[in-house]
Design a binder for this molecule. Structure first.
Ligand code: ATP
Ligand code: MG
Length: 281
């Protein structure tokens, strides 16, 4: 089943690229005819080809990333299901005994604190396992029209902003998406920003594509060095104490499943800028 699905994606990608190439050739031919009739409007063949190729290259990169991510997650899913199955039960037994033991010590007894440390660590292992399950799940999309500005306002109002100031610039943009999943994807980005910076700005930005809405989540934190940018989307890549490194992988997976894209850039005034693109509705 999984193999077939990847094959379908590959066939769809090849088809999309062939269609795009055919379209460029068609545009060049059309331009030639128009020019022959004195209606070239100053557009050259190079303009058409270079713009077409830029769009095509971007499309190919997104398709390649989507395919890679799918393969990685499928492999991860198979391994993690087996491991989680083996770890879950013994872990809950250890946690159960630790909780029982805590009761037999005085609150200030240092042995009670050791047991609390054990329980905290067990909790973080559980978090990693939940992340694994979430990543390898292939979720069904319950799509509905979403007004992105009010959705983001809702996300921010439900979050603990940890003292960060989040400025939301009003914009109008709709997409067709799974409400819960899109909320999760955007929340992870805002969460990361508030964990790293005291100022976060969210706005819609103008990009080339007519079919996609681009939303930027920008912060004034330390930024992400160039050599780390590709890695931040990898499962379990984290540079935060206590971070599981699942947040961005999950956001990327959700945005891809909605035929969108996500990328990380330098914010103009320092800090980080994450841009998500989602199909307009
Ligand atoms: N806005 C940001 N500014 C600076 N670094 C960032 C930012 N967003 C992500 N990162 C880097 O990317 C890493 C991966 O982020 P990701 O959200 O996947 O995991 P995490 O935040 O560490 O853990 P969690 O799974 O709990 O979200 C972070 O640990 C951090 O190093
Ligand atoms: Mg995170």
């Amino acid at each position: 089943m999984k193999g077939n699905h990847q094959f379908d994606t590959l066939v769809a990608s090849i088809l999309a690229i062939s269609l795009a190439l055919a379209f460029i050739i068609f545009l060049v031919a059309l331009l030639r005819i128009l020019k022959a009739r004195g209606m070239g409007y100053g557009i050259t063949k190079d303009d058409v080809v270079s713009h077409g190729l830029t769009v095509l290259l971007e499309e190919m990169k997104t398709l390649k990333d989507q395919l890679l991510l799918k393969e990685r997650l499928a492999a991860l899913g198979e391994i993690s299901a087996a491991i989680i199955h083996q770890i879950r039960n013994p872990l809950s037994v250890i946690a159960g005994y630790a909780k029982l033991l805590i009761k037999s010590f005085d609150e200030n007894d240092h042995r009670a604190r050791y047991l609390e440390a054990i329980l905290t660590e067990i909790q973080s292992i559980n978090q990693v396992m939940e992340g694994l399950i979430e990543l390898s799940k292939s979720s069904h999309l319950n799509k509905e029209p979403l007004e992105l500005f009010s959705l983001i306002k809702e996300i921010v109002s439900e979050m603990d902003l940890k003292g960060s100031q989040v400025v939301l610039e009003p914009f109008e943009a709709k997409t067709l998406g799974d409400r819960m999943l899109i909320k999760q994807a955007i929340k992870n980005l805002i969460q990361n920003a508030t964990e790293m910076a005291d100022k976060v700005a969210i706005r819609a930005i103008k990009e080339d594509s007519q079919d996609l809405t681009s939303i930027e989540i920008r912060d004034n934190g330390p930024g992400i060095p160039l050599e780390e940018r590709e890695k931040v989307f990898l499962p379990f890549y984290s540079r935060k104490p206590g971070g599981t490194g699942v947040g961005l992988t999950l956001s990327q997976k959700i945005i891809y499943s909605h035929n969108g894209s996500i990328e990380v850039r330098d914010a103009e005034e320092g800090g980080t800028s994450f841009v998500i693109k989602l199909p307009r509705y």
